[in-house]
Ligand binder design. Structure first.
Ligand SMILES: *Cc1c(COP(=O)(O)O)cnc(C)c1O
Length: 404
């Protein structure tokens, strides 16, 4: 079992005040907070062995290289990738998706089809639209229903031998829906399409096994799972990573350069041009250690309790409507108060020290589906508590009184 009060002590930021009130941080779906162990790893890097990697013969460079490559191994183990070189360090989910979308430019032909879902984050829509513009491929969309579930019957109908790629998020950041990715991957493979799963919102809550899923690409950002911003990962099956051309040219990614011809480095370096976020990569590894120490089963059980408790409390508030009521969802609640703009609710909550997100959550098509400008989104992590949910409920009631 998870001891939330003990865990809270690991996060220095959770003891600060906002507007003279204890901070209640419910914007975890945008970015998570950072435990002391991860902060320590960052301080340790810059205090003791800051150096460029893979090039230097000197001691600091070797230490930095060892730690950075050790972090890659931690990521490999965490996601159960077959090979370490199937893990590419990127600056985050957005970068990972663009790397793959760019790589497919030379692999697609006019009339090929790409399937995305109605539940996508903009970072999983725009790169594919740009890819379609470059190649003449056609974008198809798996529709969603009112609960916030994807329509799998419609997905079956969209698939054909023209389908080359399927891109779906594992968990929706706007609604919290857990998508049936096992089914989506299996069906895509039946028609020979490759699948990329956007795991940015899933990785704070679950531990994906890329080999069991048999997924072709899986991407995530460190900053949503207790790590720092500006670093993330791309898992790709070896055969795919070999097939894709490099994304950026520069140092680190070459084997040999002359003005006539350049040959590229082996995986993973082919996709890692330039000096990477060395400290960030190492801190990403420390974040995985921290979360695995707590245990993803414990995290899931506890967060589910928070979700159930918060849903019950919020449903009791008159005029409050929750968007996204899928049976399988994680600890995200998107809601609106009748007749009140989400931004106004968020502003009042901030005055009370409560951090929530308001707006379209980079998922405008979902808001269009519900015919709303946006929602208030409260998203919970394993370091949140029921007492904090009580503060939120009181805050919403206060906002409702002041605004209606
Ligand atoms: C946050 C998020 C992204 C974008 O991640 P970045 O770290 O900003 O690149 C993409 N997809 C989903 C589902 C997300 O939650």
């Amino acid at each position: 079992m998870l001891d939330a009060s003990k865990i809270r002590a690991d996060f220095p930021i959770l003891s600060r005040q906002v507007n003279n009130k204890p901070l209640v941080y419910f914007d975890n779906a945008a970015t998570s907070q950072t435990p002391q162990a991860v902060i320590d790893s960052i301080v340790d890097y810059y205090s003791n062995y800051n150096a460029n990697i893979h090039r230097g013969v000197h001691r600091l460079s070797q230490e930095a290289t060892d730690k950075y490559e050790m972090a890659r191994q931690k990521i490999q183990a965490h996601f159960n990738a077959k090979h370490t070189h199937e893990i590419i360090f990127t600056s985050g989910t957005t970068h990972s998706i663009n790397l793959v979308a760019n790589g497919f430019t030379s692999l697609l032909e006019k009339g090929d089809e790409i399937i995305v879902s109605a539940l996508e984050h903009h970072s999983n829509i725009v790169p594919w639209q740009m890819l379609c513009e470059r190649t003449g491929a056609i974008l198809k969309v798996i529709p969603m229903n009112i609960e916030g579930d994807l329509e799998m019957d419609a997905y079956d109908m969209l698939l054909s031998n023209k389908t080359k790629l399927v891109f779906v998020n594992h968990i929706s950041n706007a609604l919290g829906t857990i998508n049936p990715i096992e089914y989506i991957i299996e069906k895509a493979h039946e028609v020979g399409a490759a699948v990329l799963i956007d795991g940015a919102q899933a990785c704070p809550h679950v531990k994906p096994d890329v080999q069991a899923l048999d997924v072709d690409f899986y991407v995530a950002s460190a900053h949503k799972m207790c790590g720092p911003t500006g670093v993330g990962m791309l898992y790709g099956k070896e055969e795919w990573l070999k097939k894709l051309p490099p994304y950026q040219g520069g140092g680190e990614m070459i084997a040999e350069v002359t003005f006539e011809k350049t040959t590229y480095a082996d995986l993973p370096h082919k996709f890692e041009a330039g000096t990477p976020n060395i400290c960030g990569g190492i801190a990403f590894g420390a974040a995985l250690d921290y979360m695995n120490n707590i245990g993803f089963d414990n995290i899931a059980t506890y967060e589910n309790e928070l979700l159930t408790y918060a849903t019950e409390q919020l449903e009791n508030i008159e005029g409050l409507k929750i968007y996204g009521t899928a049976k399988h969802k994680t600890s995200v609640i998107s809601f609106n108060l009748e007749g009140i703009h989400p931004y106004d609710v968020g502003t009042i909550l901030d005055k009370l020290g409560i951090a929530v997100r308001t707006g379209h959550h980079c998922a405008q098509p979902i808001m269009d589906f519900y015919c709303i400008p946006g929602t208030v989104r409260a998203s919970f992590a394993f370091y949140n508590s029921k007492a904090e949910i009580d503060v939120l409920v009181a805050g919403i009631k206060k906002a409702k009184m002041m605004l209606s």
